[in-house]
Design a protein around this ligand. Structure first.
Ligand SMILES: Cc1cc2nc3c(=O)[nH]c(=O)nc-3n(C[C@H](O)[C@H](O)[C@H](O)COP(=O)(O)OP(=O)(O)OC[C@H]3O[C@@H](n4cnc5c(N)ncnc54)[C@H](O)[C@@H]3O)c2cc1C
Length: 538
């Protein structure tokens, strides 16, 4: 029977990112995906700052920047009664290639539909000879053995059944995860509604409607905030109308597409229909992210309302956290507690993101009788529109102001980060407060033109010696030798010292701070053992 170190189930963005991350770290893995990988009706469009930072590390950021979404197309969000009606407010967002930079990162959020992003991840994963991607292959069942996993798989093209053994199994198999269900792991949370997606092609749509360009339109009429309309591919005029909440049990065949479209556009326009789907908006997190040799990542363990564009981005964060830990164990330097820290670190992030995106969705429901005159063509109507416009930007607009959410997550109470006694910085969804407190993402500062502190991290641990009087670290290097892959880097810039606040900062392979101090303590081997999960810190 063939054996692989890591068997990944599911070739959505999270499974592909994990396969690529493992390949990049030199760890062999096999991914199985039941579909042929074609994406007909893409869900995800926004690749956030943190995911772009990972893409930069993996060497694929340029591919994302080069995706077919036009570089100069405004990413604005417009609040409208209909696309041919009144515009109540607008949140300008610079086009993809604007000169505007992100102060806290070398990267910016990018609009790149899943139909382009997944193939980029697939090419990245496929570029490693030790990564095997098997499409049209489904996991049927699996058994956990003492020293591994025995999985039954079926090739859907030939019908042939096979068994494959693995050291570890990772379920990246989406919301209905067979891997999670097989382990009896439940989901905690609630259902928020039953949206409908209508995909269509409509060349010259905005021109025909007399509507100013934007990427995302939120529609609000007398009955409330009821839908949004997004351009997915401006070049090929591909659009998606999302009805926020329809009747439970509605089937795609029963959806009155023309009626919904007319309500959103304010006019009857002929379009080419590309697809319809009905789904359930959930706000749930799995009871646990792992059990023994089996791990879960992405939608298999957290399903977020898309308000905030965090579903896939949270899942990619899972893949990166799990990836370096699996690699460390495979390479022999990861300790017994390392893999258990995956649940301890990532589940709280899942809970945080699920809670906030549900809050953002709740902002859509805060409008009532005040909307009665919103479409009236008179001074009173104009006044209502002005007032509601401000309220929309304040409330629903929150889901587009999320720098803190994207890069401010930290591994509080992690069993493999050594606390330094300082209180946590604020975790505000909108405003990111840089911090190098253990558990945080090591902050970005420019070291040279197009060289960020973040570019120092990725392979192994990095011990930063910051400033002219940073202590000698040869005893630390000696304590790490053989146990921890470690590179020491001296950084002179005052700005880095101001951000990192200590002269010695140990950064993990995923770019999070593991430990920091001004002086070397006596218990060096205990620090080395803690950060590689060889001893239990808590
Ligand atoms: C309208 C909408 C907009 C969104 N926008 C964004 C956004 O802008 N940014 C963002 O970050 N997120 C967004 N999301 C969320 C995002 O699409 C999901 O979080 C993401 O696709 C989850 O990725 P995944 O790989 O975990 O799961 P999936 O994409 O669901 O992939 C799981 C894969 O596993 C395969 N599979 C399942 N069972 C088996 C089996 N037994 N054997 C083999 N293969 C199997 C499936 O075929 C599937 O390909 C959006 C979601 C929606 C609904």
């Amino acid at each position: 029977m063939p054996r692989t170190p890591v068997l990944i189930v599911g070739g959505g963005p999270v499974g592909l990112a994990l396969a690529g991350e493992l390949g990049w770290r030199g760890v062999a893995c096999t991914l199985i995906e039941q579909s042929d990988g074609t994406i007909v009706t893409p869900k995800m469009n926004e690749v956030n700052i943190r995911t772009m930072e990972f893409c930069r590390r993996w060497g694929i950021a340029e591919d994302v920047l080069a995706c077919p979404f036009p570089r100069d197309y405004p990413l604005d969000v417009a609040f409208v009664t209909t696309l041919s009606g009144y515009e109540l407010a607008r949140m300008p967002r610079p086009p993809r290639m604007s000169e505007e930079t992100e102060p806290h990162s070398p990267m910016r959020l990018q609009v790149c539909s899943q139909m382009w992003f997944d193939p980029i991840l697939k090419r990245f994963a496929n570029s490693y000879a030790n990564v095997k991607l098997n499409y049209l292959t489904r996991l049927e069942s699996f058994e956990v053995l003492e020293n591994g996993i025995d999985a039954e798989i079926v090739n859907l093209a030939s019908g042939r059944r096979d068994r494959i053994e693995a050291d570890y199994l990772v379920g990246c198999d989406g919301a209905n995860s067979l891997v999670r269900r097989s382990l009896g792991i439940g989901l905690v949370g609630k259902t928020l509604g039953h949206p409908v997606h209508l995909y269509f092609r409509a060349p010259g749509l905005l021109g025909r409607l007399g509507c100013k360009q934007a990427t995302f339109f939120v529609t609000v009429d007398r009955k409330g905030v009821w839908s949004n309309v997004r351009v997915i591919d401006p070049v090929n005029a591909m659009w998606r109308l999302m009805v926020l909440d329809a009747d439970e049990g509605l089937t795609p065949e029963a959806v009155d597409r023309e009626a919904y479209l007319e309500r959103a556009l304010g006019r009857r326009i002929k379009v080419e229909w590309l697809g319809t789907s009905v789904w359930t908006r959930r706000s749930v997190v799995a009871e646990r992210y792992s059990q023994g040799r089996v791990f879960l990542a992405g939608d298999a363990v957290h399903q977020l309302s898309p308000t905030g564009a965090l579903g896939m981005n949270t899942g990619i964060g899972d893949a990166v956290d799990l990836g370096w830990k699996l690699a460390a164990v495979q390479q022999g330097w990861g300790g017994e507690e390392l893999l258990a820290s995956y649940n301890a670190e990532r589940r709280p992030v899942g809970l945080r993101n699920v809670k906030l995106t549900a809050e953002f969705y709740g902002e859509h429901e805060k409008f009532g009788e005040e909307l009665a005159a919103i479409e009236d063509d008179n001074a009173a109507g104009a006044q209502v529109r002005g007032r509601i416009g401000e309220k929309l930007v304040q409330g629903i607009g929150r889901m587009f102001r999320t720098t803190g959410l994207q890069i401010g997550y930290r591994y509080e109470d992690s069993p493999i980060c050594v606390p330094d006694g300082t209180p946590p910085s604020s975790d505000h969804p909108e405003n990111y407060e840089p911090s190098a407190r253990p558990g945080s993402r090591a902050p970005h500062a420019w070291l040279a033109e197009d060289r960020s502190t973040l570019d120092l991290f990725g392979h192994g641990f990095v011990l930063l010696r910051i400033g002219p009087d940073a202590p000698d670290v040869s005893t630390f290097e000696a304590a790490a030798a053989g146990d921890l892959p470690l590179t020491t880097v001296a950084v002179a810039r005052q700005e880095v010292h101001d951000l990192y606040e200590r002269r010695l900062v140990l950064v993990r392979p995923d770019g999070h701070v593991a430990w920091r101090a001004d002086e070397l303590p006596l218990n060096l081997s205990s620090i080395v053992d803690s950060v590689r999960g060889a001893v239990q810190l808590r």
